[in-house]
Write a protein that binds this ligand. Structure first.
Ligand code: ATP
Ligand code: MG
Length: 454
């Protein structure tokens, strides 16, 4: 430890310095209180050992001033028998302990040993606190243009009560975004309730959403409060909304319009004030075209659309995410071993499971590299072959019929051209070597909407 010793008796100063140095402590000593205090101001000491009576500033004032500079600093007071009361007083001002002269070196060393243990516990505690904060942390990581763009939308719409529809592949952070919107809203101190339409059996979904009265149906042995009521005044996050059965879609639409619900088996209307955020892994508009999702509900939900890009389209976020997940899962000591080879290995991969997959792999890396060291060889076996999912999608066997396959291919190519031309239709038509009007009508047919007219 780095120790400051303030003691005006030359012999005591010298012998204490020798004892402490022999125990591998770094000791700086002073025979004057003012000089000692000047040094405390400029240096980071772990422990201050000070006599009470000193030329210049006395030990008690050193204690008070040092504590003011750094409340965590540890101070040990040395005193002659005559001033024990002052020493007790010193404890009130936050001294860690006191020693009465004459004392044996063993006494001092045992106090220092306790301090060492205390410091260890405190720093472990500090680390745990940091990790807990990160685990609960709902901040969205990423500085790519794509992340900045949806973050802007989130921050703008969060304080208002608009219904938001978040679309993106699995693991892109839809639920995280929904929670972020809630946390940025005026409802942040009220409930955030998340439900998933894909996991609730079709027969139960209505009573889960709206609740039921006792005896409403066979098995309804007692009254049940639904998610809408539980989320009252807060936010209801409806995940996998595309899985909501068609007959319930009508009921949801009615609730959204009338802002009241009735429990199954009851005619009483209960007013509700809930902000709705929905999410879908599939293109909900396509579901409307296929007549599996009601158009009127679609427009009601899609007031503010947010599209979360897959990780493969924003690979520049990978390093930042990797560091974030290493910290989050207790692998902070590995950050120093990250290098360009690791990043380029990760950037070659296609990330079909998106950010969740990166988080899972990071957790496995921590478990698989006990000696701090991580290198690309650790990652490689965890990553499936690059571009696997892209190839899968293009395989004809995944489509119902030829037309659907061709439409999808057309869509892929047009999207590619739009991406290359920053969504400018004229420029995209040039790339594809087709007339602009042809491209526009194809886009209309394929429901491609991410373009700029020019
Ligand atoms: N940008 C991000 N920054 C930090 N963590 C993220 C980010 N995106 C996703 N995550 C983390 O990745 C994991 C998956 O995110 P989330 O559950 O929100 O995805 P999802 O889109 O809802 O997935 P699914 O469609 O499978 O339900 C979570 O642990 C989440 O905290
Ligand atoms: Mg989710």
């Amino acid at each position: 430890m780095k120790i400051l010793l303030a003691e005006d008796e030359k012999i005591t100063r010298k012998s204490l310095t020798d004892i402490l140095t022999a125990e591998k402590h770094e000791v700086v000593s002073f025979d004057n209180g003012n000089q000692a205090y000047e040094s405390i101001k400029k240096n980071d000491y772990d422990v201050i050992i000070t006599d009470i009576r000193l030329p210049g500033m006395n030990g008690i004032d050193i204690l008070k001033n040092a504590k003011e500079l750094n409340p965590k600093i540890i101070v040990i007071i040395i005193t002659a028998y005559a001033s024990v009361e002052t020493a007790v007083e010193a404890l009130k001002f936050g001294a860690y302990d006191y020693l009465i002269k004459p004392f044996s070196p063993v006494q001092l060393l045992s106090i220092l040993q306790h301090i060492d243990q205390l410091k260890l516990v405190l720093s472990e505690n500090e680390n745990l606190k940091k990790r807990i904060a990160l685990l609960e942390d709902k901040t969205i990581i990423g500085s790519s243009e794509k992340v900045k763009s949806f973050m802007n939308t989130i921050k703008t719409v969060a304080p208002q009560d608009y219904t938001v529809l978040i679309q993106g592949e699995s693991g892109t952070g839809k639920e995280l975004c929904a929670r972020t919107i809630h946390n940025f809203s005026t409802r942040k101190n009220k409930n955030f309730i998340a439900i998933n339409c894909a996991v609730i059996p079709e027969t139960l979904i209505e009573s889960e959403l709206f609740g039921h009265e006792k005896g409403a149906f066979t098995g309804a042995i007692k009254k049940h409060i639904g998610y809408f009521e539980k989320a009252n005044e807060g936010t209801l996050f409806i995940d996998d909304i595309d899985d909501l059965p068609y007959n319930i879609q009508v009921k949801l639409l009615r609730v959204l319009q009338e802002k009241e619900i009735s429990r199954v088996g009851s005619t009483e209307s209960i007013p509700i004030d809930v902000r709705i955020i929905c999410a879908s892994k599939v293109d909900l508009k396509q579901k409307v075209v296929e007549k599996q999702f009601r158009e009127d509900l679609y427009y009601r939900l899609n007031i503010i659309p947010i599209f979360l890009p897959p990780l493969r389209k924003r690979k520049e976020d990978i390093p930042e995410l990797l560091i974030h997940f290493l910290k989050k899962h207790g692998g902070e000591d590995k950050i120093q071993f990250l290098n360009d080879d690791i990043y380029s290995t990760l950037q070659k991969y296609n990330w079909p499971g998106n950010v969740r997959e990166l988080e899972n792999i990071t957790e496995r890396i921590i478990a698989l590299s006990p000696n701090n060291l991580i290198n690309p060889a650790v990652f490689e076996p965890l990553l499936n072959s690059p571009d696997k999912t892209e190839q899968d999608k293009t395989a004809f066997e995944h489509y119902d019929n030829f037309d659907q396959y061709i439409s999808n291919k057309e869509k892929e190519i047009i999207n590619w051209a739009l991406e290359k031309s920053s969504n400018n239709v004229t420029a995209a038509a040039k790339i594809l070597k087709i007339p602009r009007t042809t491209l526009r009508s194809k886009m209309e047919k394929l429901l491609i909407t991410n373009y700029n007219e020019s």
